[in-house]
Structures are given as C-alpha cells and as structure tokens.
Design a protein around this ligand. Structure first.
Ligand code: AMP
Ligand code: GLY
Length: 450
C-alpha cells in the first residue's frame, strides 16, 4: 500500500471553523489522450505532491518525460481495463472527446472490477453536449442560454431546410449534428452553395452519419473566446479563459486547423464581461443539468462569441480545449491533481483557484503542409526547455530509436509566461528560433487581434 499523505486544510478564514484534517492516499492516475493538451495536463499533475504515479495512454514524446506512456489508444476500453487493474489506478482523467462520447464513464462505472476507479469526464449523455449539436442547441433553448437562432433538419426535411435559409442573411452556418473531426461546420456566403451543401449533408452522406441531421444557424459576428469550468455537476471552478487561433495563415486566413496558438488571459474578457458569462451561461448550464436530471462531471469548454460585448454560446465541448490547455495550465497555481480528484469524488464545493496573473502565450509549431498532407518522422532538435518561463508541450512527437521525431500535424506548442502579452510572445518566438525540424511552420502573429 502506498504511503499516506496528510493534507491540512483550513476550512475557512473564520477562526471559529475547526482545522479540518483530511487523510488522502497518494493518487495513481491514468490520463487518456496523446496531444498537447494531455502533455500540459500531465506536466501540471506531475508537480502535485498528491501524485503517486501518472500513466498516459497513448501519450507522446513529451508525456514520457513526466509520466509512463502506455501503448494503447484512448478509445480501447478493454486495454484500458487491463491497465486500470495492473497499475492499480485510482483516477482516470479523460483528455479528448472521443472516449467520452463512446461511453468511457459508463464502461468503468458498470464494471464490477472497476468500482473503486473515479473518472473525470462526463457520461454518455453529458458528452452529447459536444457529441450532438442538436442536443446542445435544444439544451440552450430550454434553459434560456444565449446562442444563435437555429433550426434543425433531417434528410426527409431537405426542402424545409433550404427554405429555412431564407430567414437569415448570408453567410449561412451549417453544422453536421454529430462529431465530424472538427470539420462539420460550413460557413458559406452563397445561397446556392448552402443549398448544395445541405443536399450533400442530408442526402449525399457528406460527414457520414454525423451529417444525417443538420443544424442551420444565424451567423454571429464578433470575437471568439473559450471559457472553461471543472465541475462535479453541482459545484464548479471557473478556470482561466483563453483565445485560440484556428486558421493556418496569418491574419486568420486559410484553412482551419486543430489550433495554431492560444493566449490567456483574454484582455477583452474583463470582469463585467465574465460576470455576464457566469450569470447568463455558466450558472444556467449547471442548473440546466440539474433540471434535466443529467449528471455531468468533468471539464466543460464553452466556445463563446462576444457580440458587441454580449456573450453568445457557439458550442459546448465536454473536454478542455487544445491548444487552450497549453496556455491555461501554466497559469493555474493551485494543485490541479487535487482539483481533479475532488471533481472525481464530487467534492468541489468551496474550492478556490489560485491563478497567475501573468500572460501565457502558446505558439504551435506544425509540420509543413498541415492541415493538408504532411510528412512525419522528421528529427526534432532544440526541444529542451531553456528557461523557467518557457515550456514545450508536445502534440505530435514520439521517441524513435532514441531520437525525438515528429508524428503529427501539430508537433510542439511553445508556451511562455510574461507580464505583458508581448513579453510572453517574445519568449515563445525566441524559443521557436532554437527549435527545428524539416518543414517546420508556425504563425508569427498569434495575439494580433488583441
Ligand atoms: P463549432 O464546431 O460549432 O465550434 O464551429 C466551428 C467554428 O465555426 C467556430 O469556432 C466559429 O469560428 C465558427 N462558427 C460556428 N458557429 C458560428 C455562428 N453561429 N456564427 C459565426 N461563426 C460560427
Ligand atoms: N481549440 C478548440 C478545441 O479544442 O476544440
């Protein structure tokens, strides 16, 4: 049995409150996923005195520096069960959405051998907040949460869908209902193009089963940001907000990517704006779960559009953002593993977060050609961490014959801290000058619009 760890918590600043002594065993953790988000989560958890051992499946070349990588996919539940037993795991933290939508929580909760394992991540119903646009839009409508006006249509309703476009001015926003690897949203300027896309989605099998139902939305013009909570379904902790940069090209031009960089904090998300977000969106969302009888546990990522200073929900995700996590985690001073454990056991009540007020800026180095065809297996040099203020979070790397090589489109996120956004960015770009692999590309204008 592992050694006992005693944490002393002062229950509150009221002197009448007795000192509460909590005995906690050190925690053995399995983190599912293998991108930059997971490296940032693993890096942060590895600093916790509460950690006994951290495993990551499948992990990457960066997570292997702070944890033990396990060689199975994040959605291989049978392999996961084996690992949970073999490595005596107490807590499973789920990084990406796929295992959540596939039902990882139910798999663990329903297995008699895994009754002791706690999970951070929603169940199958909660994961529908991300897994189905129709589900999340209806949720927002039911609970009065501000979002774009919308209609939803199935294949049999193609003509109604086309006619519905009439209600909006271009551009037209069409969303495949289900998960479509981040590609299921089309924003089209032309009415006939939008009608053609509706035909392709609803009757032509574009996006497969994800596109069998389509949500048509009003286009919201504004500036986007990402807000996150960690919640046990009743209580929640508001995490630092961030802004990500999705387009491949400078000035937000060109194809969408998984994310080319992120900034936290977001200067326009001041106290007044964030209070609106909490009052109009976060609180009604948490209350909405209660009213609907839904147990939600884990991270919730709220993608927002600020329209003339008013927040509207663009989407919910049932996980942290990537690359937002790479700028959010370095700003959290509190013990993230303690928060995750409390989330897993449903005890987040009264938990406060200590946040570094400085800026964190993340710039992603990607493979040449990404997000279209690109080559992998390029040797990476200059990837050692050079200063306390700069961290490298690996997204698509692996160790091969003792060498670090690229293994994905997004390769390494370089995050730096600074008093001002420009200081932090200068440090990130200085580190990127030292980093090298054949074909490496990164955007030089992260934060340009702030
Ligand atoms: P989603 O997958 O729902 O986040 O959509 C992908 C991206 O499309 C978002 O990050 C926005 O940039 C854009 N988008 C989605 N919905 C809207 C909308 N109603 N108005 C304007 N832009 C949108
Ligand atoms: N950065 C956007 C996402 O993680 O979906």
């Amino acid at each position: 049995m592992v050694a006992f760890f005693y944490a002393l918590f002062c229950g509150s600043f009221l002197s009448l409150q007795p000192l509460i002594r909590i005995a906690m065993e050190k925690i053995r953790v399995l983190l599912l996923g293998g991108g930059g988000r997971e490296h940032a989560l693993a890096w942060k958890m590895s600093q916790s005195p509460l950690l006994d051992h951290l495993f990551v499946a499948p992990g990457n070349g960066g997570t292997s520096e702070v944890a033990t990588n396990l060689n199975f996919s994040d959605s291989d539940f049978d392999a996961m069960k084996h690992a949970l037993i073999e490595h005596r795991i107490d807590l499973v933290v789920v990084g990406p959405e796929a295992p959540l939508v596939k039902g990882v929580r139910a798999f663990i909760e329903e297995d008699v051998d895994l009754q002791h394992v706690k999970v951070v991540g929603p169940g199958t119903e909660g994961a529908q907040m991300e897994g189905s646009k129709s589900f999340s839009k209806q949720f927002m409508e039911r609970h009065g949460i501000p979002t774009a006006a919308f209609g939803e249509f199935t294949g049999a309703e193609l003509n109604d869908a086309k006619a519905f476009l009439e209600r909006f001015d271009p551009p037209y926003v069409l969303k495949a209902d289900g998960l479509a690897a981040g590609k299921g949203v089309l924003i089209l300027d032309d009415r006939s193009e939008a009608e053609k896309a509706l035909e392709e989605m609803l009757q032509g099998g574009k996006f497969g089963s994800a596109g069998e139902k389509v949500v048509i939305e009003e286009f919201l013009k504004g500036i986007e940001l990402s807000v996150f909570i960690l919640t046990d379904g009743t209580n929640y902790v508001l995490l630092p907000e961030a802004k990500d940069y999705k387009r491949i090209g400078e000035g937000d031009q060109g194809l969408n990517t998984g994310g080319m960089g992120s900034i936290s904090p977001v200067p326009f998300a001041n106290e007044t704006f964030m209070q609106k977000v909490v009052d109009r969106i976060i609180e009604p969302t948490v209350q909405g779960w209660k009213k609907d009888g839904m147990d939600y546990n884990g991270f919730l990522f709220v993608g927002l559009m600020a329209v003339d200073g008013e927040p509207f929900v663009i989407e919910y995700n049932c996980r942290m953002g990537d690359p937002e996590t790479e700028s959010v985690m370095p700003r959290i001073k509190s013990d993230v593993l303690e928060l995750l454990w409390k989330c897993g056991v449903g005890e987040l009540e009264g938990v406060d977060l200590e946040v570094d007020e400085r800026f964190a800026t993340c710039v992603m180095a990607v493979s040449g050609g990404y997000p279209e065809a690109y080559e992998k297996g390029k040797q990476i040099t200059g990837a050692s961490t050079s200063s306390e203020d700069t961290m490298l979070f690996h997204a698509g790397t692996k160790m091969q014959d003792g060498e670090l090589v690229s293994s994905g489109g997004r390769v390494i996120a370089v995050t730096s801290m600074g008093e001002h956004m420009t200081d932090a960015l200068r440090k990130s770009y200085a580190k990127l000058d030292e980093l090298h692999f054949d074909g490496m590309y990164f955007r030089k204008d992260i934060g340009f619009d702030l």
